[in-house]
Write a protein that binds this ligand. Structure first.
Ligand code: GAP
Length: 435
């Protein structure tokens, strides 16, 4: 955490609410605990996080394919995956104040009342169960997926036969997952409904270790390339007793959250656990026949599994900055330009009709290429600050001279440098600087 902001968490939560990044869910009804809605800026930021993930994991490679699988799934999927039996947290009740906790998170002391008197731990399954169709009961049960990963295993054969790929290759997915967390909290860090960005990379078993190391490095670099300082990131291999039921090795990419190091993403060597399980339970062959070597084998799977909503929070925390400008505090969100909700804001110097007309011409020129904001109220200095606060990399000011010389002022967020340039140069200049 940047040392200069000991209350960084509160500042970012307040900014999120005040400027429309994240709202508490169902707020007009008093809120719905630990569930959040993404506002006009937050939905753009979250979308950009997901798009950057797809860009790096799918678009810029030729060995990963994107799919989009149903959120509702029958129990058979989770019977096979082991989630029905193993996807549990140890739940304890404090005997003094009746609060509920995850036993592994409280070190034997109740965070509410300090008591050390708890009930025996019970295994609490984190999956949300519901019913499909009008009749409740056996046969109608369905689950909301607790991870997107199973969608890739269940569709392994479909993707293999329709894509002409062969191991090593990956299947990726971005979407919502649901977990009935016992102790959600820390804003959008741990919620019951969240978004994941996961990729299952299927490899010949002998190559698994090498790909595991490769993906740890790739995924760490993704955060660095999108602007998170390396001092705020670390890679932490799991101890043997922490490993999930399917994993023979996991390393987390962790971020220095205001309360300490926390997981952004896990990279796991899942071996052939999932394909083998689904083969056993479904009776369908989920292995691979290599026509070159004449060998049939079940691929091993290396899985980088990230949280989109959690990553968004880390990007916000890492980008938050304040500086003194001529005796005044300037708050600036130094988001990477690819993540910024708006890339450009068009600001007429005054509200006069002729300036609005010219400004809207500029806006129309840019809108097909970039997400733009338009703002004509308040003094120009205040409007620059509003854009700094939400991380907009460039502001364009249209003034009375613009009407004569067809030039505008381009102002850069981080340096606050201003340059004057012809409107006809705007598109190529911004394209280059926002690429
Ligand atoms: N398929 C493997 C898997 O789901 P995980 O470590 O349980 O692994 C992957 O989840 C990522 O999903 C985490 O690193 C985290 O970023 C995100 N995530 C998991 N549970 C979450 C929750 N309750 N709220 C927000 N994000 C969560």
């Amino acid at each position: 955490m940047p040392a200069e902001f000991p209350d960084l968490f509160d500042r970012v939560v307040n900014l999120s609410k005040r400027r429309g990044f994240v709202f508490p869910s169902a707020e007009i009804y008093g809120g719905f605990r630990s569930t959040y809605d993404y506002g006009p800026l937050g939905s753009l930021l979250l979308r950009n996080v997901k798009e950057q993930w797809i860009r790096s994991m799918v678009q810029e490679r030729d060995d990963v394919l994107l799919i989009d699988v149903a959120i509702l799934a029958p129990p058979a999927v989770f019977e096979a995956s082991g989630h029905l039996a193993n996807f549990t947290d140890p739940l304890v009740d404090c005997r003094k104040c009746n609060s509920r906790w995850r036993e592994d998170q409280i070190n034997g002391v109740c965070p509410t009342c300090g008591s050390t008197d708890f009930t025996e731990a019970r295994a609490f399954n984190l999956m949300f169960k519901t019913h499909a169709g009008p009749v409740e009961g056996a046969g109608a049960e369905v689950y909301l997926r607790p991870e997107t990963a199973q969608g890739m295993f269940v569709n392994f054969a479909n993707v293999l036969t329709t894509s002409r790929k062969k191991p090593p290759f990956g299947i990726a997915q971005v979407g919502k997952s649901f977990r009935n967390e016992i102790t959600p909290g820390n804003f959008v860090f741990r919620t019951r409904e969240f978004e994941q960005m996961e990729m299952e990379f299927f490899v010949p078993p002998a190559e698994a270790t090498q790909w595991y190391e490769y993906w740890i490095e790739q995924r760490y670099n993704w955060y660095v390339n999108l602007g998170i300082a390396e001092s705020l990131l670390r890679i932490r291999p799991h101890d043997a007793d922490e490993l999930s039921h399917y994993s023979s090795g996991t390393s987390d990419v962790e971020f220095s959250f205001p309360w300490g190091w926390g997981e952004l993403e896990g990279i796991a060597n899942r071996g052939d656990y999932d394909l083998t399980q689904h083969m056993k339970h479904s009776g369908v062959k989920l292995d691979y026949f290599d026509q070159v070597t004449n060998e049939r084998y079940t691929p091993y799977c290396i899985e980088p599994a990230a949280g989109a909503t959690r990553a968004m929070m880390a990007f916000l925390l890492a980008a938050y900055d304040e500086e003194d400008v001529k005796g005044e505090t300037r708050m600036v969100l130094r988001l990477h330009h690819r993540l910024a909700p708006y890339k450009v804001a068009v600001l007429p110097l005054s509200k006069k009709a002729e300036l609005s007309g010219k400004s809207r011409e500029v806006l129309k020129l840019l809108q097909p290429h970039f997400m733009c904001d338009y703002d004509e109220t308040q003094a120009i200095g205040k409007r620059y600050r509003r854009q700094d606060e939400i991380g907009t990399p460039f502001c364009i000011t249209v003034d009375f001279d613009s009407l004569e010389d067809n030039q505008v002022t381009l102002r850069e967020r981080d340096s606050m440098a201003q340059t004057r340039l012809p409107i006809s140069d705007l598109l190529p200049t911004l394209r280059e600087r926002l690429s």
